[in-house]
Design a protein around this ligand. Structure first.
Ligand code: HEC
Length: 258
């Protein structure tokens, strides 16, 4: 009985960090990002969106352009379609903009995004890039549901169109308080459609999904290979090493009386 109690106590203590983690969450619910590192075409599309729309402000200095040959791209394709800020495929992905200029223009320096997917998580990124809305009180004219008062403008607005906030009135301690209820698409972009009140954003979501997929890949390009190697090692252990060891055991014990 005593032992049982001790086991429970240890289990509870081990779970404490989980509880702390759960508390940290909060804020708007995040949408699930469609991450699939085996989908090479999605990663290629994501790389294209990233270099076209993000690399002008953000760097990804931990990734070299020629690493993208992992995604099945040739160096020629990389040069033609993805390189705007440098001319050598062996160079890391650096920013076109100077950090100090960015601070003056945007009020904040755009961080390097090499490992952003690990820092924030794929779901956060996926939600963030779909949650910009008009806010005239902000210097850029944009705000964001999961990153309040963000310094980044909505760089994909031509694709998504324009969202505006819808407020609801809540009573808090007898007082009326305006609370942001949801975002509403008021102008369509190249990848969204409005059908009456229904918003069809499947194409935009897919584009952002590919981009986030690429950012997850970028944060650890080796993980694609690592998983493959992991499976190969397991198969080796099960089908080659284990039978060999078993045969060896049979051989060693064959003369021993049971
Ligand atoms: C016009 C310059 C600009 C462009 C282009 C741009 N960003 Fe940003 N971004 C910023 C700035 C400035 C910040 C810092 C915002 C802050 O701290 O308030 C930022 C912040 C972010 C953050 C949050 C960083 C954090 O604090 O964790 C993410 C994620 C991000 N950008 C992703 C992207 C992606 C993906 C693209 C391409 C689709 C992109 N950005 C294009 C300027 C830009």
């Amino acid at each position: 009985m005593k032992l049982n109690l001790r086991v429970w106590l240890v289990a509870a203590v081990l779970c404490l960090p989980l509880a702390a983690f759960a508390e940290e969450e909060g804020g708007p619910a995040l949408d699930k990002a469609p991450v699939n590192l085996q989908d090479v075409e999605s990663l290629q599309r994501g790389a294209q969106t990233f270099t076209n729309y993000c690399l002008s402000c953000h760097g990804a200095a931990l990734l070299r352009y020629n690493r993208l040959t992992d995604l099945g791209l040739t160096e020629d394709q990389i040069k033609k379609n993805l390189m705007f800020t440098t001319d050598k495929v062996g160079n890391p992905m650096r920013v076109a903009m100077q950090v100090n200029d960015a601070k003056v223009w945007l009020g904040a320096a755009p961080p390097d995004l090499s490992v952003e997917a690990r820092a924030r998580g794929a779901d956060w990124l996926y939600t963030y890039l779909r949650s910009f809305y008009r806010d005239d009180s902000r210097p850029t004219g944009w705000n964001n549901l999961v990153f309040d008062k963000v310094g980044m403008p909505h760089v994909l607005w031509e694709l998504q169109g324009i969202q505006e906030p819808v407020y609801k009135t809540e009573k808090v301690n007898g007082k009326d308080v305006q609370e942001l209820e949801k975002l509403k698409l008021v102008k369509t972009g190249l990848l969204t459609r409005l059908d009456g009140d229904n918003v069809d954003s499947a194409e935009y979501d897919k584009r952002v999904g590919d981009l986030v997929n690429f950012m997850v890949y970028m944060s650890e390009p080796a993980q694609v290979h690592r998983e493959q190697i992991g499976y190969a090692v397991l198969l080796f252990l099960i089908f080659i090493l284990f039978p060999l060891v078993y045969l060896l055991k049979l051989d060693y014990w064959k003369d021993v009386e049971h």
